[in-house]
Design a protein around this ligand. Structure first.
Ligand code: TEU
Ligand code: CA
Length: 552
């Protein structure tokens, strides 16, 4: 092995080490019954078209019983599909069909908190302070003479205080409960073994039903520092090395090890952590041999389209994950962040959780799409697992002019509109350019969030089979990625093909080269496998903000 090799090839990878996993946001994927909200029947009917993308697996954002205060991340019953999306039977049918098409299914488990409508939280509210019922969650007396002040200074990720005061059954004011997210999402008390049991039971339930794994929500938040000390002023949401009382506490690792043991009892299941922790050396701790199989690489997601920054983050990722024997993952978009097409269309990336609204500077759509395509081509050539978010295969932009009256993200409400939140990346998918107001999302035209007019141009049927379309680009990238086994390939950067404005790497004999500079550059001869340029016949010259794959 050459010393510059950053990733050695793997002979027989476990599926998750190299998989391309497609995130379905159920309420916005496909609506079978026409009520304006995506559902399982609608999704099942679209599974073949998903398979034609070449993906290996699907991750479903939560579809469990929920009051939908945070789009399903507020779960009231972890074993039952919300009637909004369908029935358990419909999910088992979907699972069977997906498996018959060779697609694995990952479901989203939310262990940090439940909905306030969960029976356990309702029981806790009715029970007395200090009771076993209350011990399932995090209740505390308030500060001040009459307990009128919250127990500490913690703030909700969505804005405002992380504590809400309860009212006792007799009408007097009572204890406070902790919610790192919305007040409808009380945090579980992971110091309590009953909580451990609860989730082992939930995971076993879904494993027994045959799901291939889990995406674990807020994986870095479960354990809180003993004594619940104040957050030091200046601490941020994405955890750095400084100690934070509710992000990235060491105790989470014991929980993870317990789950890994459970998964190991089954064949070939995997779990992926949503752990917002940096630096990557710290994130890599989540994927040690006896912990998660994967973790989302948010360091990568937050890296701008810049030559040096990308070289640095890829090097660091492969080194740090490599040290613990885990694959890196790569991701550019998800349901919490601004779609990468729009992110690259503005001069500087808005802060995490900020969103882009009608009052913000509007993205340059063409520039954003061009860079996004180039960035995706750069990403899909890398070894490891890759996550793509529904709609990015269409080049969908964020809905950046969505009116306040449609917004549903708790961030919007809890910051009084100061942050527009995440609805802009959650607009239902356009399937048919002439499919009515909802562009084929359903047949009634109803849509829980209205699509911008531009979605007509991005509709799936307008791109299917059209050379150079973003959809065909994704298909080609995923196909060649498989063909050359890039997910498990031998990888190194290629300084001999790079310059100040270009960055090249070689993976299993395929040169992936991106041009970040303003001018066109010559690229080496070889078989052109794929290019993000609109005119696929242009060989030898790569324009600005384009990527090409060349078999040397
Ligand atoms: O997100 C956790 C999280 O910390 C963020 O990405 C957060 O959504 C963002 O900072 C808000 O601005 C997970 C889910 O992915 C998200 O959709 C849920 O809202 C959240 O947990 C609560 O369950
Ligand atoms: Ca529906």
């Amino acid at each position: 092995m050459e010393s510059s090799v950053l990733h050695k090839s793997i002979k027989s990878p476990q599926w998750w080490r190299t998989a391309v996993i497609y995130q379905i946001y159920p309420r916005s994927f496909a609506d079978g019954n026409g009520d304006g909200i995506g559902d399982l029947v609608g999704t099942t009917a679209r599974l073949e078209s998903l398979r034609s993308l070449g993906i290996d697996a699907i991750w479903f954002s939560p579809f469990f019983k929920s009051p939908q205060k945070d789009a399903g991340y507020d779960v009231a019953d972890y074993k039952t599909i919300d009637p909004l999306f369908g029935t358990n039977e419909e999910f088992y049918d979907l699972l069977a069909k997906a498996h018959s098409l060779g697609l694995r299914i990952i479901v989203d488990i939310v262990p940090n908190h439940s909905s306030d409508q969960h029976e356990l939280f309702q029981a806790a509210l009715k029970a007395a302070p200090g009771s076993p019922e209350r011990e399932m969650y995090i209740f505390r007396d308030g500060k001040g003479a009459n307990g009128e002040l919250p127990p500490n200074n913690w703030e909700s990720v969505f804005g405002g205080n992380a504590w809400t005061r309860t009212t006792n059954p007799d009408g007097t004011l009572g204890q406070w409960y902790l919610h790192i997210f919305d007040s409808s999402q009380p945090d579980f008390n992971w110091e309590n073994p009953k909580v451990t049991e609860l989730f082992e039971d939930i995971l076993s339930f879904w494993l027994d039903k045959g799901v291939d794994g889990f995406r674990i929500d807020v994986a870095h938040g479960l354990v809180k520092e003993v004594g619940l000390p104040d957050v030091k002023v200046g601490a941020t949401h994405v955890v750095d090395e400084t100690n934070h009382p509710f992000w990235g506490q060491e105790g989470v690792h014991d929980i993870i090890r317990g789950w890994r043991k459970l998964l190991n009892r089954y064949d070939d299941r995997a779990m992926c952590a949503e752990a917002w922790v940096l630096p990557l050396s710290r994130m890599a701790k989540w994927v040690r041999e006896d912990e998660y199989h994967q973790t989302f690489n948010f360091g990568y997601l937050e890296t701008p389209w810049e030559r040096n920054a990308l070289e640095k983050v890829v090097t660091e990722s492969l080194k740090e994950f490599g040290k613990v024997g885990a694959p890196s993952t790569w991701v550019l978009s998800n349901h919490d962040t601004i779609r990468h097409t729009s992110k690259y269309g503005v001069p500087s990336i808005p802060l995490h959780g900020q969103g882009i609204g009608p009052d913000s500077q509007q993205p340059d759509e063409a520039m954003g799409l061009r860079k996004a395509r180039a960035a995706t081509a750069f990403m899909l050539g890398l070894p490891g697992g890759a996550y793509i978010y529904q709609g990015e295969e269409l080049g969908l932009p964020e809905h950046t002019t969505l009116e306040g009256k449609y917004r549903q993200d708790p961030t919007w409400f809890r910051t009084n509109g100061e942050k527009v939140g995440r609805d802009g990346c959650r607009v239902p998918l356009p399937w048919e350019a002439n499919g009515g107001e909802s562009f084929g999302f359903n047949t009634t035209g109803k849509s829980w969030l209205p699509a911008p007019a531009s979605f007509k141009r991005y509709a799936r049927d307008a791109q299917e089979g059209v050379a150079g379309s973003t959809l065909e680009l994704y298909k080609r990238l995923i196909k060649e990625r498989k063909e050359f086994a890039l997910g498990s390939g031998e990888f190194r950067f290629a300084p001999e093909y790079s310059s100040d404005s270009t960055l090249g790497y070689i993976n299993n004999g395929v040169l992936v080269i991106s041009n970040f500079g303003p001018d066109s550059v010559n690229v080496p001869a070889g078989k052109l496998l794929v290019t993000t340029q609109h005119d696929l016949t242009v060989e030898g010259v790569l324009e600005h903000d384009q990527t090409a794959w060349i078999k040397l």
